[in-house]
Write a protein that binds this ligand. Structure first.
Ligand code: MN
Length: 236
């Protein structure tokens, strides 16, 4: 079993002028590829982790407490990086509109879409150093959280400092914006609203709500594990 770099599903310049083609190309073909390579290097010599993972990166990250402490850092950074970026690419598309069940739930849990955006922007802007801002669903309620480095809310509070099923996340590492925005992270965050794929987000929200984000993905070497314990699989 080895992870592979997923296709973007669109051209590197598809998100212009909001997210630039050069950043997208380097981010996907160099940064994400490096996470994939390094994740594979860790798993190659760890048959016990391959078994635990069942081929699915989400399953591994959701069970970090079962991973030997000395192997955790490399897994968090690289399997986390692979998972986070795989979700990120799918969460980007120009020209979609927030509507449906997700819009209703955002208005219910944040008061208004504007309030939600302000809270998300603040989480993304104030994450010190490198990390991610997330919209998560937990116990039927939406919340905004952020994580450091390549941590993900599915790692749970013990590791990520927060929990929940990610609906979408925004990469706020400098490599995600520095070529176009330099030090202006808030401008990059604002542009995210022009490229967020609300259709995909709404789809994930409805699945998360129905608790059907089980591990039975058939991509990326997962092998169709029909685990009975719910956790968020990013490849469906
Ligand atoms: Mn990144």
């Amino acid at each position: 079993m080895a992870y592979t770099l997923p296709e973007l599903g669109y051209a590197y310049d598809a998100l212009e002028p909001h997210f630039d083609a050069q950043t997208m190309e380097i981010h996907h073909s160099k940064h994400h590829q490096a996470y994939v390579n390094n994740a594979n290097a860790v798993l190659e010599n760890s048959p016990e982790l391959q078994e635990l993972a069942g081929g699915c990166p989400g399953k591994l990250l959701a069970h970090l407490h079962d991973v030997a402490p000395e192997k955790r850092p490399a897994l968090r950074n690289n399997v986390g990086g692979h998972l986070n970026h795989s979700l990120f690419w799918k969460s980007l598309k120009k020209g979609t509109t927030l509507q449906g069940a997700l819009k209703d739930a955002i208005e219910r849990d944040f008061g208004s879409v504007e309030n939600f955006k302000a809270e998300f922007e603040k989480a993304a802007a104030t994450r010190f150093g490198s990390g991610w801002a997330w919209l998560v669903l937990e116990n039927g309620k939406l919340a905004v959280v952020s994580t450091a480095n390549q941590d993900n809310p599915i790692m749970g509070k013990e590791f990520a400092g927060c929990s929940g099923t990610p609906i979408f996340g925004l990469d706020v590492w400098e490599h995600a914006y520095y070529l176009k925005f330099q030090n202006r992270r808030p401008d990059y965050i604002k542009e995210f609203w022009n490229v967020i794929n609300w259709d995909f987000a709404n789809e994930r929200f409805e699945k998360a709500l129905a608790e059907v984000l089980l591990c039975h993905c058939d991509s990326d070497g997962c092998g169709g594990d029909n685990s009975s314990s719910p956790f968020s699989c990013f490849f469906r």
